[in-house]
Design a protein around this ligand. Structure first.
Ligand SMILES: *Cc1c(COP(=O)(O)O)cnc(C)c1O
Length: 349
């Protein structure tokens, strides 16, 4: 049985959250003398002398329409990395409660766990980069509070089988975080709408990849509103700045452009994938549902260094479990990809 109250850290359950000026009075007034802001104004315009909306209601109502969830089921963070950190802080008592990851996967789950002193259990993906569900269930302990799954997965690029993800969500009484940073490039559907069905599901999305505003630092988490209430309680009161909230809303106004860029990214992914496969030092190009390709090479480190010498930087993942000999290459613009292929075509390994 899933019991949110029992899962939450004792001190978080009892926490009295900081109550900001904007929390205590959220109506409209003529004169605001409640938050020690600069009453003369912002020297750079934009009403930046005022603190941001702590609960980002304008942005959330836009995200809610798009994602098919209610605003009460949305947390907005300083990147989705903030949601990863908060999830661990909410549920894992340091030095005791554990998280589970399925490597190779995104490195921030381990880093955030280490910062919060949460021990990590690793259950590697299969050689097809899919979940080993029986092994995951065998490795659970009474202290396991969160399982992090990533689909499409970074750095492998593939989507996890939907049935496997559901099986884990249904079998585990703790929190399952499904990280969908690359969902917009995938043909798979989001798990976002399932937060109505599964009270233990947290779905992460981000404005950093397809939405094109990594520099603004905006990420979202979708979950049952009882879980979102915990995120709101623990987050810094003004965790997302006014400029970042405005940037995300402005990006959402550019849906047609983003859709076009996603189409081009997918096309270019196919172009790169086919071209990589023809290179004789390439051992394997893995299928991708994301905006990057994982490519196994005869001598990945040598290729990596040669690319750097030509002014092109990719990600060396050759030291990562199940990724030996692999580089992770982001899909660029058609022009960037042509230049990449030109350099690769001139290499001999
Ligand atoms: C890039 C990425 C993120 C995004 O993090 P932000 O903090 O939102 O920029 C999250 N998860 C995965 C798997 C990623 O690759």
């Amino acid at each position: 049985m899933f019991d949110l109250g029992a899962l939450v850290r004792e001190n978080i359950r009892r926490l009295t959250p900081y109550s900001s000026a904007r929390n205590e009075f959220s109506g409209t007034a003529d004169i605001y003398l409640d938050a020690n802001e600069n009453a003369f104004g912002s020297p750079i315009g934009g009403e930046l002398n005022r603190y941001p909306d702590p609960l980002q209601s304008a942005l959330k109502s836009r995200v809610a329409d798009l994602a098919g969830v209610r605003t009460s089921q949305i947390f907005v963070g300083n990147g989705s990395d903030e949601a990863i950190d908060l999830a661990i802080r909410i549920f894992c008592t340091p030095g005791r409660d554990r998280i589970m990851i399925c490597p190779p996967t995104y490195g921030m789950y381990s880093v955030a766990a280490n910062i919060n002193d949460a021990p990590i259990d690793s259950v590697p993906l299969t050689r097809y980069f899919q979940l080993d569900v029986p092994a995951i269930l065998r490795a659970l302990t009474p202290e396991t509070k969160i399982i992090f799954l990533c689909t499409p997965n970074n750095p492998t690029g593939n989507s996890l089988r939907r049935d496997d993800v559901i099986a884990v969500i249904e079998a585990f009484d703790g929190i399952v975080v499904v990280d969908e940073a690359y969902i917009h490039f995938s043909t798979q559907s989001s798990f976002g709408s399932l937060v109505d069905t599964y009270p233990n599901l947290v779905v992460l999305q981000t404005f950093s990849k397809a939405w094109g505003i990594a520099g603004a630092r905006v990420g979202t988490a979708f979950a049952d509103e009882a879980v979102i209430e915990l995120f709101n309680r623990v987050k810094p009161p003004y965790n997302v700045g006014t400029l970042a909230q405005e940037a995300a809303i402005a990006a959402l106004d550019q849906r047609a452009l983003i859709a076009d860029w996603i189409d081009q990214t997918r096309e270019q992914r196919d172009v790169l994938s086919a071209a990589f496969a023809k290179l004789d030092f390439v051992v394997r190009v893995f299928p991708s549902d994301a905006n990057f390709l994982l490519v196994k090479m005869r001598d990945a480190v040598a290729v990596y260094r040669s690319l750097i010498d030509s002014g092109i930087v990719v990600r060396d993942r050759s030291g990562v479990i199940l990724c030996d000999g692999c580089l992770r290459i982001t899909v660029g613009t058609p022009d960037e990809n042509r230049k990449l292929l030109e350099v690769l075509g001139g290499l001999n390994f």
